[in-house]
Write a protein that binds this ligand. Sequence first.
Ligand code: ADP
Ligand code: MG
Length: 210
Amino acid sequence: MSVDAAALTAWLTEFARLVETHRELLTDLDSAIGDADHGSNLDRGMKAVLATLEKEQPATPAAVLKRTGMTLISTVGGASGPLYGTAFLRMATAAGDDETLDPATFGKALRAALEGVVARGKAVAGDKTMYDALAPAVDALEGALADGQPFAEALDAAVRAAEEGREATIPMVARKGRASYLGERSAGHQDPGATSMTFLLAAAAGTLRG
Ligand code: ADP
Ligand code: MG
């Protein structure tokens, strides 16, 4: 099982579909602890990503990921555009010149995405951000692959970990981004970025399993 440019495009297409389907949910979550734009931000960004990928399909995984990151940075305002954008740019670098990514390389690329989010936003575990879904997902993916599990099962484990991480953001007090302005009042609400990040992993499990 390996992941080529077309498979990554299918992943991004599915992520865009999930974001569009759940745009109101993402916006409602952001209206509770932010400024009610996360759904519209990401929907606009992912529609722009699909448009540029449709116009001209990049040949390599790195080219797909780089185009995605650049497009998100230039079209999505707010915190999440640069954060998701940096994540995809770091994935592109990790993909190198490979025509296809094997599961271990995909895992490394996702680890690089997490490091990009941290480099950009300085979040740590428990800050109530997208980190809290992505970090456990990367750990679960790497752990499952190290245990010799098939890629599909490793992706499913990553989704379960992301879902648990997303749920765990509910009682957290936000320490990064707009939600942190609310202090203790941010507790009791699910983080919008952790929610969209879980969609990104669900889209991977749905499309990259082979
Ligand atoms: P904005 O907060 O600028 O309106 P969005 O609403 O699109 O941007 O995105 C908000 C999400 O961004 C939050 O739910 C959180 O998951 C994520 N986020 C904000 N700041 C950070 C950060 N420093 N590190 C990681 N994620 C962050
Ligand atoms: Mg917002």
